[in-house]
Design a protein around this ligand. Structure first.
Ligand SMILES: [Zn+2]
Ligand SMILES: [Zn+2]
Length: 262
């Protein structure tokens, strides 16, 4: 670990079995997504040396269960704010209600409008996904900017601009185009995944890094499909195309600031 002021962070899990990212300054932590039970979240936080009671807010990318199913129970337990894009609540009202977030914990936010959780400054930006009001997040702490871009079928010039200014990038690489095309999924699902409101492919992720001119410290490839992607294949593609150190996050596993070289 570097200097004392350095932000600590971890991928607590990514992919269809549950997604969560944590950012920690030694006292306060903030989550992006919470797709686990509280017990499982606590276990995963502990594995990277973070206590559950430091969690002071949760930012949500979208309301698919693998990203949001644990948000309500966590908010009820810790009485912390849950930050949601207003459109998410309006367009996915049935799913939203089922989460059971206490009224006083609901914090509605707008893309591009920054707010603070402890020492962190956060803002969301819109993504294209088949869940209303979906967003990605960027997080700034003491001059370091981190960006989470997941569950989006395409990327925008706004996102490219944000990535260019980021130090750490968590970027979806959901599927290999050939594996998806030749794989076992039914056609409608293949079309959904590769469509504008689906997920980023390995090739799209590589293009994103190149087009954004990302020159930060590290890229974490996240939200890999077990059926339509292969971590070894993705590593080979990234090795040949990405000049920056990277980590391929296998589904379900934890990765963090001190687990880069396990
Ligand atoms: Zn999703
Ligand atoms: Zn997802």
């Amino acid at each position: 670990m570097g200097g004392e002021l350095m932000v600590r962070y971890a991928v607590l899990g990514s992919g269809s079995s549950g997604n969560s990212y944590v950012f920690f300054d030694g006292t306060t932590s903030v989550l992006v997504d919470q797709g686990f039970s509280v017990v499982e979240l606590q276990r995963r936080l502990a594995s990277v040396g973070i206590d559950l009671c430091t969690v002071s807010g949760v930012c949500v990318t979208h309301l698919h269960p693998d990203h949001a199913k644990g948000v309500g129970v966590l908010a009820r337990k810790l009485r912390i704010p849950v930050y949601l894009h207003t459109k998410m609540v309006e367009q996915e009202s049935v799913v939203f209600e089922k989460l059971g977030i206490p009224q006083e914990c609901i914090a509605l936010v707008q893309p591009g409008v920054a707010f603070s959780v402890g020492p962190f400054t956060l803002a969301c930006f819109e993504t294209t996904h088949d869940s209303g009001g979906s967003v990605g997040w960027h997080i700034t702490y003491d001059g370091t900017t981190l960006m989470v871009l997941t569950d989006t079928g395409s990327y925008t010039s706004e996102q490219l601009g944000l990535a260019k200014k980021s130090d750490i990038l968590f970027l979806e690489a959901n599927y290999d185009a050939t594996m998806l095309r030749t794989g076992p999924y039914p056609l409608y699902l293949k079309n959904r995944i590769s469509g504008l409101y689906g997920h980023l492919s390995n090739d799209q992720a590589m293009q994103f890094i190149q087009e954004s001119e990302f020159c930060g410290e590290h890229v974490y490839f996240i939200h890999l499909s077990t059926t339509n992607n292969n971590p070894t294949l993705l590593s080979e593609v990234a090795l040949s195309q990405v000049k920056i150190p990277f980590t391929v996050c296998e589904k379900g596993k934890c990765y963090g600031w001190d687990t880069e070289n396990p």
